[in-house]
Design a binder for this molecule. Structure first.
Ligand code: SAM
Length: 415
């Protein structure tokens, strides 16, 4: 993981540190320098965690140092091992058990003759079952960059800089991407522009993985908003994370969150549902499933299907409070707040419904959930073959509810 070479001035008498440096010369005599012209992959070193053993190999001899990884290591020009836990960004190992002065003299002699040094690491039993990724990212990665959903001013300076310095830009629609770059005056000429959309997601992911394996900076953008949210991004992210490729989010607008925060509905707990299935049965089933949640629900819908969807939601979830957010961040931005039926009525009076729509719907009330659970339980007990009075007695006791109330329900389901 670290390759370096010795030097005639190497002394290794330092008893508090040992160091590998990218410097090409060593003057005056280095008391802690064990290798010059060091080559290492900072990202790979940053993936080490916990207690490690480092093996410093010179010729056939190996010198072991045990220590603990400093999670803030990020140096490009040197790697230091220290006896103490005092850290800077160049310190990779702290609390080391051995250091420069402990290295066998036979190895030091080889270094003074300019021998090659190779340092490898073993996380041994200290490997934790989490994969750690942390900034700064210096050797490429997959950048999921948010782009405007209507207002070009929403492209952040950070997103602009990444687009202008990317090796590869993977765009949902390359023509739309080019138009965006042109409108914003972005200089993306150095980047290779490739298509990455719903229909070629798997195949193009393979190509993108090759760029990433070479340490290139790949920027993924969708037509609008955040990649991965009802847009490509998820498949690629899941494929490259196991390869330890940094997957970096770069903020941009997202229609769901903008609609939610301005909806006037609770923002403390919410579920993003996105587009509902088109087929009626699947749509109803999905609505039944999400309708039990007390979370505020966020849907995406196309303008030509919104009336049908409003109707379906009202039919399955009841006439809840909602907010329809249309053309967010654009000149004709509009919010319709009220009950689902009132929004339906207001929209159905229009000649044409245009623009992009995000719909926010209030979550289930606690009592709705309890009632649904009770209904399901009655149905299940009846299906098991229990008699109406048995079901009444069982559930009245379980929920402390009046027998009469439960019996009325039981009879309803029995019919
Ligand atoms: N990735 C995007 C995001 O982060 O919001 C969503 C892309 S999805 C393919 C497109 C849907 O998002 C639209 O059909 C609409 O439901 C919603 N949407 C996108 N832009 C919008 C806007 N300006 N106003 C309201 N909804 C919008």
């Amino acid at each position: 993981m670290i390759k370096a070479i010795g030097h005639k001035n190497v002394r290794l008498t330092h008893d508090k540190t040992i160091e590998f440096t990218t410097d090409t010369d060593l003057t005056p005599k280095g008391t802690c320098i064990a290798g010059l012209c060091a080559q290492f992959d900072v990202s790979a070193l940053r993936r080490l965690v916990g207690e490690v053993v480092s093996y410093i190999k010179i010729d056939k001899e190996v010198f072991e140092i045990k220590g603990k990884i400093n999670p803030d290591f990020s140096s490009e020009d040197k790697v230091i091992f220290r006896r103490s836990d005092v850290c800077d960004a160049a310190t990779l190992l702290i609390n080391c058990d051995k250091l420069a002065a402990d290295m066998p003299r036979t190895m030091v002699d080889k270094l003074t003759n300019g021998a090659d040094v190779e340092v490898t690491f073993d996380m041994q039993g200290s490997q934790v079952p989490v994969q750690r990724q942390s900034a700064p990212y210096t050797n490429g990665g997959l950048y999921l960059v948010g782009v405007p959903i209507g207002n070009d001013k929403d492209l952040t300076p950070q997103a602009k800089e990444l687009l202008e310095t990317a090796d590869v830009i993977a765009a949902e629609d390359t023509r739309r991407a080019k138009a965006l770059f042109q409108r914003l005056g972005l200089d993306t000429m150095q980047a290779k522009l490739i298509a990455h959309h719903e229909h070629n997601e798997r195949a193009s992911s393979n190509g993108i993985k090759e760029f990433l394996a070479k340490g290139q900076k790949v920027v993924l953008i969708s037509d609008a908003g955040m990649p991965g949210i009802s847009d490509p991004g998820y498949v690629l992210a899941t494929e490259v994370i196991p390869e330890n490729v940094p997957v970096v989010p770069v903020s941009g607008p997202n229609a769901a969150l903008l609609a939610l925060v301005a909806s006037g509905l609770p923002t403390d707990q919410f579920s993003f549902i996105g587009f509902l299935p088109r087929a009626k049965g699947a749509k109803t089933a999905k609505l039944k499933e999400v309708g039990q949640r007390q979370d505020t629900l966020i849907f995406y819908e196309a303008p030509h299907r919104i009336l049908e969807t409003l109707e379906a939601i009202q039919e399955t979830l009841g006439d809840r409070q909602a907010c329809l957010a249309r053309e967010l961040t654009k000149v004709h931005e509009e919010f319709l707040r009220g009950s689902l039926s009132a929004i339906y009525q207001a929209l159905s009076q229009r000649d044409k419904i245009l623009g992009e729509i995000a719909l926010v719907v209030e979550g289930a009330e606690e009592t709705d959930v309890a009632e649904e659970a009770l209904d399901d339980e009655i149905k299940a007990l009846l299906a098991e073959g229990k008699r109406a009075k048995e079901v009444r007695d069982l559930l009245a006791e379980k929920y402390g509810l009046p027998k009469k109330e439960i019996y009325a329900k039981v009879l309803e389901f029995k019919e």
